[in-house]
Write a new protein. Structure first.
Length: 134
């Protein structure tokens, strides 16, 4: 086990680990070692670019940033029974802002664009933009 990996294993299971450094510094080997240790996977830049390209084509904009229809963004929505989820990246003039919101246990499954979960997501995203976009 490398010294870098031993320092990571002292914390509870990490959700995301970024490995950065200069060229030929051993980042790939360390990333593979970390992924093996924690049962994770490596996501490369090409896969990330492809996913963002797909997310930019999302047609349904009912949740986060629904009032900011004219601002470039990449989003993905999900729905299951009484759960609604929305994740996205907005290209705000002051910088990119990433956001993920899940609303679960809605009183009833409402499948319209104005269901309570989407309205809450929209309002929360407006508040976040007001705070971070200044």
């Amino acid at each position: 086990m490398s010294a870098a990996l031993s320092s990571i294993t002292r914390v509870p299971r990490p959700t995301v680990v970024g490995v950065v450094g200069p060229t030929a510094a051993g980042k790939s080997a360390l990333a593979l070692e970390i992924a093996h240790e924690f049962g994770g996977e490596i996501v490369n830049a090409d896969a990330s670019k492809n996913m963002l390209a797909l997310m930019r084509r999302e047609q349904i904009q009912d949740g986060i940033w629904r009032s900011l229809w004219n601002m470039p963004k990449a989003t993905k929505s999900g729905a299951l029974d009484r759960l609604r989820s929305n994740v996205g990246l907005i290209y705000h003039p002051r910088g990119r802002i990433a956001l993920a919101i899940t609303c679960d246990d809605m009183p009833q499954a409402v499948w319209t664009a104005d269901n309570p979960a989407f309205l809450v997501m929209s309002r929360l995203s407006e508040i976040i933009i007001d705070g971070l976009g200044k």
